[in-house]
Design a binder for this molecule. Structure first.
Ligand SMILES: C[S@@+](CC[C@H](N)C(=O)[O-])C[C@H]1O[C@@H](n2cnc3c(N)ncnc32)[C@H](O)[C@@H]1O
Length: 323
């Protein structure tokens, strides 16, 4: 797959229309920089750079391969100083963007998960038919454990907990047992091997219909685990709310309910002032509201997008304003 070939970023129209409102706030405050925490194929960022001549983007991606390709594909924007690509985990942004640059930032986007490029690129272990290494680390150079380490070494109970708690896999115990039985015979080295083990478990439960490949949730849980995806989202939300300027916005895009719940809960807790129990008359907690939601309900794909990109059906965009 060619980098960014045929790539349509999810919820682009919704993003651009709300960004239009934010851009007016930015111009009034004299700020010109926006952060893309998950550059990927650059879909959202490049659409902005093409539209707003005054805009500068600071972009992060943890995947070194994605950053190398972005640097060559978007060299023009980089040379003019409008695009800066940083190969790092977005949770480290506060030590990588200098305080004076952070002062010019009026907003950010975080489109969580992995891109189509990673999904379809062989050898990364993300796709069901990948018969190369079962890695799944967004940054394969990191010292984090790979998905192969997890499925070949973790005890069955722990695997079951991972599948259930991270991806709501209802056959988590049966799948975990099948993995342990399979690895006793032959080490599980590829995503294709793993997907086959899961599919066999489902074949014993023909009454269960999922509408997607039976291995989807197991593979998603492993990806979430090896990349600490939920912890990273929590850290990003905390750090942006303590370091972004007042009136800045953070656009988040999530793809499944557990991810969305993290953002939703964060907004709920951090948009409240006092969080003392109701029976306490005088506030003791000192908690102050740090954020407010820009849209009360999450934005979802419209009919046109659902038709052209069925993957968008689970995408939810929430917009947080820092106050
Ligand atoms: C869904 S894609 C973003 C797609 C992008 N908005 C576009 O339209 O092309 C998510 C990207 O975030 C990157 N990523 C995932 N976790 C990350 C993290 N903790 N820090 C930085 N980048 C991360 C992945 O490598 C992937 O390229």
């Amino acid at each position: 797959m060619q980098f960014s070939e045929g790539h349509v970023p999810v919820l682009l129209d919704e993003f651009l229309s709300r960004f239009g409102i934010l851009s007016e706030i930015a111009l009034r405050c004299g700020r010109d920089s926006f952060v893309d925490f998950t550059f990927g194929l650059g879909g959202h960022s490049i659409a902005l750079l093409n539209r707003y001549a005054w805009l500068k983007i600071i972009a992060f991606d943890a995947d070194p391969e994605v950053c190398l390709m972005a640097e060559s594909r978007y060299a023009g924007y980089i040379e003019t100083g409008r695009l800066t690509i940083i190969n790092a985990n977005f949770t480290e942004f506060d030590s990588l963007i200098s305080p004076d640059k952070l002062n010019c930032v009026f907003g950010a986007i975080a489109d969580f998960g992995i891109s189509n490029y990673q999904l379809f690129e062989k050898g990364r272990g993300f796709s069901f038919d990948d018969d190369q290494s079962l890695d799944m680390r967004v940054n394969p150079d990191s010292h984090d454990i790979s998905a192969a380490d997890v499925v070949n070494e973790f005890p069955a109970e722990r695997l079951a907990d991972i599948f259930y708690s991270l991806a709501d896999e209802r056959l988590s115990r049966q799948i975990a047992r099948a993995i342990v039985e399979a690895r006793d015979v032959k080490k599980i080295e590829t995503c294709r091997q793993l997907a086959e083990i899961v599919r066999k478990v489902y074949k014993r439960h023909p009454d269960i219909k999922t509408g997607v490949d039976f291995a989807t949730k197991t593979i998603m849980a492993l990806r979430i685990l090896v990349n600490s995806e939920f912890e990273n989202i929590k850290t990003l939300l905390q750090k942006t709310s303590s370091s972004f300027c007042k009136n800045s916005w953070l656009f988040t895009i999530t793809f499944h309910s557990n991810e969305d719940r993290i953002v939703k809960e964060f907004i709920k807790t951090e948009s409240r002032g006092c969080v003392c129990p109701i029976e306490i008359v005088l506030c003791r907690c000192g908690h102050k509201a740090m954020v407010k939601p820009v849209n009360r309900k999450p934005l979802c794909a419209g009919d046109d997008e659902l038709r052209s990109n069925p993957r968008s059906r689970s995408a939810k965009m929430r917009i947080i304003e820092f106050i």
